[in-house]
Design a protein around this ligand. Structure first.
Ligand SMILES: Cc1cc2nc3c(=O)[nH]c(=O)nc-3n(C[C@H](O)[C@H](O)[C@H](O)COP(=O)(O)OP(=O)(O)OC[C@H]3O[C@@H](n4cnc5c(N)ncnc54)[C@H](O)[C@@H]3O)c2cc1C
Length: 405
């Protein structure tokens, strides 16, 4: 006989989306269970650069479009959570940098100065005085250098912060022993049957929330046939090849290096992380990562070495270790396959497919799921559930620079 578990909501997937929604729903008194197939954050969240940005890079082409408007308030939202006064408690998350910098090449200076006066950037970017340049740039660049209101977070500590208060609600969902979905006569989600060891659990929930990133498609396909899947539940993938440079330089850099033209994607986006072995890792994204999907790993590393030597000729990286890896961004399908501009929830009966689109927009997704519960009049229930301590907590994924050979 399966053990029956009753919940208000069952969340599938524990990246930033699933964990943020768990925190918001639990704080409102909902009884929620989150099932994670791997370790928490596996996939996009642990691979992200941890930048909480206010959309400046999307305003780079001079337009204040809906992408930049949607995320303009996000750094402040996150800052209040980090200070313990927001809707989710992030007080034990490590902040890697309180600022993010933007370094345009000299040829751009005049266009950039004009752009700085534009409505799109007012109050969000300030020019840094030479005496206040971060140590890494001191005396090495002529400028200009701009400071954005964006922050950079240490993602492993963010994941542990979001999971620590709800460990007993977060369970490993091993797919090895099989699972299936039961629907009611209206075709709505009724329960998930899963076997863990020699035990079978029947998890009933009023609402099924799918936040499994790239894994969402396979999960949905297992019980909603492709032809029955509404078009608003389709997914798109945007591939990247990221680069990691491990070295022993002390001074961190967190900077968008902006190329010869103002485009939405900086030529390289760099964040700096502490590795478990004491070394420092620069993590390189931006245009380098987007265009890198057509290169082999060897070619990508050569391209990155060339770019870094050109940008930072004063920096000796002779003994650095260079690595690259492929990863997809998984998002809701857009009409023109462009990056989606907002977090979104796509509803099919009582199933919600959730896309934050960016780490930055997780708070927005959290608010959307609460609104949906309120609109659908889903009230917190009281259940007498069996002891679930035998199902393990999945643990937290290791950062990419800590899993290198
Ligand atoms: C290289 C890279 C850098 C990025 N940098 C930034 C940045 O600096 N700032 C920013 O705002 N955004 C950034 N992003 C975007 C951001 O990381 C993603 O939008 C966000 O992390 C997506 O979170 P998610 O929870 O939807 O998905 P994911 O993080 O992919 O999480 C999905 C989870 O579901 C689990 N799962 C999958 N299938 C199943 C299943 N069948 N059952 C149970 N669990 C399952 C997975 O193991 C995983 O833990 C970056 C993305 C990439 C790829």
């Amino acid at each position: 006989m399966p053990s029956v578990i009753e919940k208000d909501a069952l969340i599938i997937g524990g990246g930033i989306a699933g964990l943020w929604m768990l925190n918001r729903l639990r704080a409102e008194g909902y009884d929620v269970m989150l099932l994670e197939k791997n370790k928490l954050g596996t996939g996009q969240t642990i691979a992200s650069q941890g930048m909480i940005h206010g959309g400046i890079k999307y305003a780079l082409n001079g337009n204040l479009n809906s992408a930049s408007e949607a995320i303009a308030d996000m750094p402040n939202h996150w800052k209040s959570c980090l200070a313990g006064t927001g809707d989710v408690d992030l007080t034990s998350t490590n902040i890697l940098s309180e600022h993010y910098y933007m370094w345009p090449r000299n040829s751009l200076r005049s266009r950039f100065n004009a752009f700085l006066g534009s409505k799109a950037l007012r109050g969000k970017v300030s020019s840094v005085d030479k005496n206040n340049y971060p140590d890494f740039f001191q005396t090495h660049i002529n400028g200009p250098l701009y400071e954005l209101k964006d922050i950079v977070l240490d993602v492993p500590s963010l994941l542990s912060c979001l999971s620590k208060n709800y460990q007993s609600d977060i369970k490993l969902f091993s797919h090895d022993s099989g699972w299936s979905i039961e629907k009611n006569s209206a075709g709505e989600f009724k329960s998930l049957l899963m076997q863990q060891g020699n035990k079978i659990f029947n998890i009933k929930a009023k609402q099924l929330i799918i936040s499994s990133g790239e894994g969402s498609k396979d999960f949905l396909k297992a019980f909603i046939p492709d032809e029955g899947l509404p078009s608003n539940m389709q997914m798109q993938l945007r591939p990247l090849q990221m680069v990691i440079v491990k070295h022993e330089h002390r001074h961190p850099i967190h900077v968008h290096c902006v190329a010869d033209q103002l485009t939405a994607t900086p030529e390289v986006t760099i964040t700096t992380h502490k590795c478990k072995d004491g070394k420092t890792a620069w993590y390189l994204g931006g245009e380098l990562a987007e265009s890198g999907t057509h290169r082999t790993q060897e070619e990508q590393i050569k391209e990155a070495q060339k770019k870094i030597a050109e940008l930072f000729p004063w920096c000796d990286l002779t003994n650095a270790q260079w690595h690259s890896f492929f990863i997809n961004r998984a998002e809701a399908l857009t009409i023109d396959s462009k990056r989606p501009e907002t977090a979104s929830i796509h509803q099919y009966k009582n199933i919600s497919l959730c896309w934050p689109s960016k780490l930055t927009l997780a708070p927005n997704l959290g608010q959307q799921i609460l609104n949906l519960f309120h609109e659908n009049n889903i009230k917190p229930g009281i259940y007498d559930n069996p002891d679930l301590s035998k199902i393990n907590f999945p643990g937290i994924a290791d950062a990419p620079w800590d899993t290198l050979p």
